[in-house]
Ligand binder design. Structure first.
Ligand code: FES
Ligand code: FES
Length: 205
C-alpha cells in the first residue's frame, strides 16, 4: 500500500474526500455529456444534417425535419409528443417500444425514423376508434393483463400484430410470438388470456 494510500486516507497528497469528489464530478459530467448527445439527436437538426420526411402517423401525414440518426421511437416521443410507446432497453430486447409500420410490428428503438418516410405508422394512440377501445385494449382490461402498465402499449401492439399474423391459434404459439415483449410485473397469464379471448370472439379489427 506504500505510496498508494496512507492510514489517513491520503492518496499522494489527495485525500479520499477530494478523490471521491473528483470522481463524482467526472461521472456527472459524463452523464451530462450523454444527455446532451441524446437530446441533440431528437431536437431539430442543424441544416446540414436535416432530412425532411412525411410519415403517416396514426392516419395523419406528418411532415417533420429530422436528424437522419434519429430513431423512430425518439421521433414519436420527443418530437411528436406520442409517449405511448415506451423506452425500456433502447436495444431491441424488451418490446416496450413496439409500434406498427405498414401494419407490421417493429421495435421503434431500432428503427430509423428516416425509414418511416411515406409509410403508415400506428402507435397505441391510434389504435382506438375515437372513444371505442380496440378489442385488444378492452381484452387487456377485461383480463387484468397489466400491473404497472409500462410494458402494456408495446404488449398490445404486439398482440394485435400476433393475431393478424395468424400466430395466435394456440397458447404455445401466442407465448412464442409474444416472447419478444417482456413484462417485469409478470402479467403474462392475463396477456395470453386477453389474446385468446380476442381470437375466440373473432373481435380483432
Ligand atoms: S425499448 Fe425498444 S425493444 Fe426495448
Ligand atoms: S405491467 Fe408492469 S412491466 Fe408489464
Amino acid at each position: 500500500m506504500d505510496g498508494i494510500e496512507g492510514s489517513d486516507g491520503a492518496l499522494s497528497g489527495v485525500t479520499r474526500r477530494t478523490a471521491l469528489g473528483s470522481t463524482a464530478a467526472i461521472a456527472s459530467s459524463l452523464m451530462l455529456l450523454d444527455g446532451e448527445v441524446e437530446a441533440a439527436s431528437v431536437k431539430a437538426p442543424p441544416s446540414d444534417m436535416a432530412l425532411d420526411i412525411v410519415p403517416v402517423v396514426n392516419g395523419r401525414a406528418t411532415p417533420v425535419t429530422i436528424d437522419p440518426r434519429t430513431s423512430l421511437l425518439d421521433l414519436l416521443r420527443e418530437r411528436l409528443g406520442l409517449t405511448g410507446a415506451k423506452k425500456g432497453c433502447d436495444h431491441g430486447q424488451c418490446g416496450a417500444c413496439t409500434v406498427h409500420v405498414d401494419g407490421r410490428r417493429v421495435a421503434s428503438c431500432l428503427t430509423l425514423a428516416a425509414k418511416s418516410d411515406g409509410r403508415q405508422v400506428t402507435t397505441i394512440e391510434g389504435l382506438a376508434d375515437g372513444d371505442r377501445l380496440h378489442p385488444m385494449q378492452q381484452a387487456f382490461i377485461d383480463h387484468d393483463a397489466l400491473q404497472c402498465g409500462y410494458c402494456t402499449p408495446g404488449q398490445i401492439m404486439a398482440a394485435v400484430a400476433c393475431v393478424r399474423e395468424g400466430n395466435a391459434a394456440t397458447r404455445p404459439s401466442i407465448r412464442e410470438y409474444m416472447s419478444g415483449n417482456l413484462c417485469r410485473c409478470g402479467a403474462y397469464v392475463g396477456i395470453v388470456a386477453a389474446i385468446e379471448d380476442v381470437v375466440a370472439k373473432g373481435r380483432q379489427a
